[in-house]
Design a protein around this ligand. Structure first.
Ligand code: OGA
Ligand code: NI
Length: 359
């Protein structure tokens, strides 16, 4: 368990130029970044518009690639996704401007302990060890009609008139990610053999989380991590990384990198979808490293079920040879666990399942 201490405070704009790194940011040797550039992970590019065309060859091809990747490590790329490049660029530009603002501006949206939305910076953290080298801004998105302005309103309420434009971009970006993730759910339903509408229906009205990750440069990038090793507890992550690079995935007992491609989204299975597939599809450990020159940005959309949905696999995926792997749960229970009882790491879901069992 983490040790809580009174707030630390570092100024990222100064820290990024310093060669003596505060010990709170230095990771243990066995978790430090690889000394050599790691091998590149084989992540299949999935042509989404070809899959959606329903052409039998394209469908067969896409489902085969996704099935293989998700049984092994849960990472794949989506290309020909139909998302306007201009919207993606606007989101990156807005992010750049936001994270360059003075700390007092950003802290208007400060995330409070036990919450998952808001601005968070390890440079002003309540934890005292293994701090990630990053700042984030997270907010809730809902696909329910009556909450159709939730992102925009959040920006206005927390950050004021100046940020309305950026709020609108983020609202639009989340809507695009929600639509994209429902299309990916069709693909996952097909590749698991439960039909294209099963998971799409499950995630209609999704109550998701969007996180903007900003990683300043670090003069000793081999001592620190931008994001420590973790599995996403959410259902599906759709990540857009800029062209800097730094995302790594742990496969076959070693770290691999995922080469940036502005035309592609990196998609990965999270613990909740692993449970929805009865453990057939795996989430897997990943992390982000930083460099000594360029700030790095990534936009992460975490698809989550609506709060009342029971997370359990369809009966077609449960049989004698593959009996139930995980208990039923609802997403808010897992979210609360990650916020209040456990600092997210490589064993979060395992710890959650045993915590549920003891309750
Ligand atoms: C995350 C994550 C990786 C990245 O936000 O959960 O794994 O490359 N981010 O920013
Ligand atoms: Ni992640």
């Amino acid at each position: 368990m983490p040790t809580k201490e009174s707030s630390l405070s570092f100024d990222a704009s100064i820290l990024q130029h310093r060669f003596n790194i505060p010990p709170q940011f230095i990771w243990p040797d066995e978790e430090k970044p690889c000394p050599e550039p790691p091998p590149i992970l084989d992540v299949p590019p999935i042509d989404l518009s070809a899959f959606l065309s329903k052409d039998p060859n394209c469908v067969a091809n896409a489902t085969k690639l996704v099935d293989k990747a998700c049984r092994k490590h849960g990472f794949f790329l989506v290309v020909n996704h139909g998302i306007d490049m201009k919207l993606i660029e606007e989101a990156h530009m807005g992010m750049e401007l936001f994270f360059k603002k003075p700390i007092e501006e950003k802290e208007k949206a400060l995330r409070r302990p036990g919450e998952h939305c808001g601005y968070a910076s390890s440079f002003t953290s309540r934890f005292s060890e293994k701090l990630p080298w990053k700042e984030t801004l997270s907010f809730r998105y809902s696909a329910e009609e009556q909450l159709s302005n939730i992102v925009q309103s959040y920006f206005l309420d927390k950050l004021g008139e100046d940020n309305v434009g950026f709020g609108r971009v983020c609202q639009e970006y989340c809507e695009a990610m929600s639509r994209l993730s429902l299309n990916v759910m069709e693909l996952l339903g097909m590749s698991l053999g439960v039909g294209s509408s099963y998971y799409r229906k499950f995630f209609e009205g999704n109550d998701s989380i969007m996180r903007l990750n900003y990683y300043p440069p670090c003069q000793k990038p081999d001592l620190v991590l931008g994001t420590g090793p973790h599995c996403d507890p959410t259902s599906l992550t759709i990540l857009h990384q800029d062209d800097v690079g730094g995302l790594e995935v742990y496969v076959d007992e070693k770290w691999h990198s995922i080469t940036p491609d502005p035309q592609a989204f990196v998609v990965n299975v999270g613990d909740t979808f692993m449970a929805l597939s009865n453990g057939i599809y795996k989430g897997c450990l990943h992390r982000a490293v930083v460099n000594n020159k360029t700030p790095r940005k990534s936009l992460a959309f975490f698809l989550c079920p609506k709060s009342d949905k029971i997370v359990k696999p369809p009966k077609e995926l449960v049989c004698d040879e593959n009996s139930r792997t995980y208990p039923d749960f609802t997403w808010p229970t897992l979210l609360e666990f990650t916020q209040k009882h456990y600092r997210s790491d490589m064993k979060t879901f395992e710890a959650f399942v045993s915590w549920l069992g003891n309750k």
